[in-house]
Design a protein around this ligand. Structure first.
Ligand SMILES: Cc1ncc(COP(=O)(O)O)c(C=O)c1O
Length: 349
């Protein structure tokens, strides 16, 4: 069975973690600082603070912006519940907005209609590795938190995703673009905001008391992150190569394939096609061919909140099918995925 996603690990990763383990210094230390520097220098911003997950990074980003009760935070409905959780942690009000009819990203035009004097920030995921419409979103003058959990290495008009927002966050969960098992990071150009995030990340040895968190990353995770970061260019190249094969070899199927957008470089964290018919049945049939595909977003957020009137999101959710894509997918496996998916799609489901 070809899994839907999988980390890409090799001897260099094992050695990196082993070195830390043997050093006896396994909690947050020098490796975490080095990993932070690797990431913020790569993205091209002034600083970064590592955390134990993308969700905790989002939580601290909201706290750094002093978001609290009564504040409204805009986010797309078509995204995982981590974003909704972070907003609820700080007791702010989530304002769900629909996605573009073709790209799966936040629809900037709808964002504009949802702005009020209570809007404190907009969380902008670059979903599946495709940058959102940053120029239009930045034009609103509201702080943006770029959610780059799926978009490390993607570029918008030649600049790295994660270098546009007031803050940006990343996730290094096992199957993300690079993996540290669990892990996250907050990046920003603002020393002041980064200092707040750093202050809130751990609680010990302080002269004052306020609610702080234990959101620290360990050196074990950071060593893995550093090792993976070194291979990021080859990871991205491999993802693009696989995506190109899918785009060429699935071109004549009834599915709608991802398209290119000027000025946006997609990293294909997910290769998501859109299909007609019963999605569950198609997923089942493809599984019978030995290939795990999936819904790339389990359920849109408005379903959980009992809201309706998100027709674009429902349409996209009901037709989006994510095909295995990760650097460790072999060329033979890619051929196998194409054979299986094509066969099912051409058989009409
Ligand atoms: C877009 C997006 N944001 C945030 C997160 C949360 O990251 P984590 O799982 O590291 O908490 C995820 C995780 O899947 C994600 O896909």
């Amino acid at each position: 069975m070809i899994p839907h996603s999988k980390p890409t690990l090799d001897q260099r990763d094992y050695n990196a973690v082993l070195r830390v383990l043997q050093s006896g210094q396994i909690s947050q230390g020098e490796y975490v600082k080095r990993f932070e520097a690797n990431l913020y220098e790569f993205i091209g911003v002034k600083g970064g603070v590592a955390t134990n997950s993308g969700t905790s990074a989002l939580h601290l980003a909201l706290l750094a912006l002093e978001v609290g009760k009564g504040d409204e935070i805009i986010l797309p409905s078509y995204v995982c519940t981590a974003l909704l959780n972070a907003i609820n942690y700080v007791e702010a009000t989530p304002i769900l907005v629909g996605i573009e009819p073709d790209s799966f990203n936040l629809d900037a035009k709808r964002v504009k209609e949802s702005l009020t004097e209570k809007t404190k920030a907009i969380i902008v995921p670059h979903l599946f590795g495709l940058p959102a419409d940053m120029e239009e979103l930045l034009s609103f003058g509201i702080p943006l938190i770029e959610d780059c959990a799926q978009a490390l290495g993607a570029t918008y008009k030649g600049k790295q995703a994660g270098s546009f927002g007031t803050l940006s966050i990343f996730s290094f969960y096992a199957t993300k673009v690079i993996a540290s098992g669990e892990g996250g990071m907050v990046l920003s150009d603002s020393p002041h905001l980064l200092e707040r995030v750093r202050d809130l990340r751990d609680y010990d040895n302080r002269d004052d008391y306020k609610i702080r968190f234990n959101y620290k990353m360990t050196d074990l995770q950071a060593a893995l992150g550093i090792s993976q970061m070194e291979r990021l260019p080859s990871f991205l190249e491999r993802r693009r190569y696989i995506a190109k094969r899918y785009s060429t070899e699935l071109a004549n199927t009834p599915a709608l394939l991802p398209t290119g957008y000027p000025g946006k470089e997609h990293i294909f964290y997910r290769y998501v096609i859109r299909v007609e018919g019963d999605l569950e049945r198609l997923l089942e049939q493809i599984k019978e061919e030995g290939i795990c595909c999936d819904r790339p977003v389990y359920r849109p957020l408005h379903h959980y909140l009992g809201l309706s009137d998100f027709p674009e999101t429902d349409r996209m959710w009901g037709s989006a099918l994510s095909i295995p894509i990760y650097p460790s997918l072999t060329s033979d496996e890619v051929t196998e995925v194409i054979r299986g998916v094509k066969g099912v799609l051409e058989g009409g489901g």
